[in-house]
Write a protein that binds this ligand. Structure first.
Ligand SMILES: Cc1cc2nc3c(=O)[nH]c(=O)nc-3n(C[C@H](O)[C@H](O)[C@H](O)COP(=O)(O)OP(=O)(O)OC[C@H]3O[C@@H](n4cnc5c(N)ncnc54)[C@H](O)[C@@H]3O)c2cc1C
Length: 408
């Protein structure tokens, strides 16, 4: 089944989870035409979650992370960066000036770690997004050293936990009063703070790093609490931003991510879908019925996987596109605690803390908005998260049914 994209076929930009999963779905749905994947990293697709966990701890290597892509009939263009998109000529431009024509286009360029703001940080200050970053951070971690982690979001917290597990002293600096406060609220943030402190982390909350410098082998940081920290390695973990630079001037709406409709079709600035262009994964901004804004972005593994399926369907069957209405889910492993989240804890206006016990390492928080369950976060309570998920899924399906019945 290829007539729709005879000739140049489908081009996927971004050779990682969302790009690969879209290719897998395209083939499974019957597409047997040309499939080209362009990726700026030199590596074939690999899984990122272990980078801050098993890989950093030295318990996994590059080969353990690889995502299976054999047998899909893909022409790989690795180590090549897309620099432009022309929707009229229907070409993607590459950094060496080459043009790749496409019939259908999948945008799956993910997101990039937010850098330390100007002026640029001194040498030896790391960010963590890709395999090469993780290799260089792993090489810099020394058992007798001190690591400075700037930002106690998911990546900063996981790096901290992994480094402590390897016996490295860590100072973790976070401007909010608790780690991950904006994502999961104060109560769960307090649980996470307790985990760090009990592991011997020097956690500085409500504190900012004002400046960084390097003296010989050491990174020095001046903190807003008036103290200085000296570390043998430093990690800037300030979150990530969608990788949309290459789409500038293309006509697509790329404000805070590639804006899509509910079928994962990329939208032009006038709000109409671009012909045969879809987006999936961290790079996409898309509407969810429970979010008040026209679009949200999610940096979750499961989202990249699930939206890829919808994107493939929209490309192949534009007359009957599927809706993307997931119950988002996320996991994070910190110390010996398996954190699991479903729904949208960040959108809650009230929380019910059912369990919060750093001694037993157990957490169970339900999040509500306007009195209705909107999300949950558990620690070492995997069975409970399944129950929350099915309740949220039932609510979402019920609403979809009601919307359809009302003809909206
Ligand atoms: C260290 C780390 C730990 C994580 N842990 C978890 C976890 O525990 N649980 C969880 O749910 N999620 C986790 N995530 C998030 C998860 O890995 C991402 O949501 C997922 O990788 C998104 O997939 P993606 O394909 O959309 O984007 P990405 O994986 O970012 O892939 C995008 C690809 O496109 C490439 N690219 C960018 N611009 C261009 C261009 N112009 N031309 C060509 N190629 C380009 C990028 O280099 C990259 O290879 C973690 C992420 C990181 C970095």
């Amino acid at each position: 089944m290829s007539p729709r994209f005879d000739g140049p076929g489908i081009v996927v930009v971004g050779a990682s989870l969302a790009g690969l999963r879209t290719c897998t779905a395209l083939r499974r749905l019957g597409y047997d035409g040309r499939l080209t994947v362009i990726g700026d990293e030199p590596h074939p697709p690999y899984d990122r979650p272990p980078l801050s966990k098993e890989f950093l701890a030295g318990r996994a290597d590059g080969a353990d992370l690889s995502l299976p892509g054999a047998g899909l009939g893909i022409t790989w263009q690795l180590g090549r960066r897309a620099t432009g998109l022309d929707l009229t000529a229907r070409t993607v431009e590459i950094d060496d000036g080459a043009l790749f024509p496409f019939g259908g286009l999948v945008i799956a360029t993910g997101s990039a770690a937010r850098p330390w703001p100007a002026p640029a940080p001194p040498a030896g200050v790391h960010t963590l997004r890709g395999l090469d970053d993780a290799r260089s951070l792993r090489a810099a971690l020394r058992r007798d050293g001190r690591l400075l982690v700037i930002g106690a979001g998911f990546i900063g917290s996981e790096v901290t936990a992994t480094a402590r597990g390897a016996g490295v002293e860590v100072t973790l600096v976070e401007p909010e009063p608790q780690p991950l406060r904006r994502a999961v609220g104060a109560a769960a943030g307090e649980f996470l703070a307790a985990l760090h402190r009990r592991a011997g982390v020097d956690l500085r909350t409500s504190t900012k790093v004002l400046s960084l410098d390097r003296v010989r082998e050491h990174t020095g940081a001046r903190l807003s609490d008036g103290t200085d920290v000296t570390a043998t390695a430093a990690v800037v973990a300030l979150g990530s931003a969608p990788s949309t630079d290459w789409l500038t001037g293309s006509g697509l709406d790329t404000t805070e991510g590639v804006l899509c409709d509910r079928h994962a079709r990329a939208l032009l600035r006038d709000g109409t879908p671009a012909t045969d262009v879809v987006a999936a994964g961290d790079v996409a901004r898309w509407p969810h019925p429970w979010a008040d804004t026209p679009g949200i972005t999610l940096g979750h593994w499961s989202h990249a996987t699930e939206q890829a399926e919808i994107a493939a369907r929209s490309l192949l069957f534009p007359e009957t596109p599927a809706d993307y209405r997931p119950v988002p889910s996320f996991w994070s492993d910190q110390y010996d605690v398996k954190l699991r989240s479903v729904g949208f804890p960040a959108l809650a206006d009230s929380v019910d803390v059912r369990e919060n016990d750093p001694d037993t390492r157990r957490l169970d928080v339900a999040y509500y908005r306007h009195g209705r369950l909107i999300g949950a976060l558990t620690g070492n309570r995997v069975a409970r998260i399944a129950a929350y998920r099915s309740r949220l899924a039932t609510d979402l399906e019920g609403e979809a049914g009601a919307t359809a019945a009302a003809g909206r």
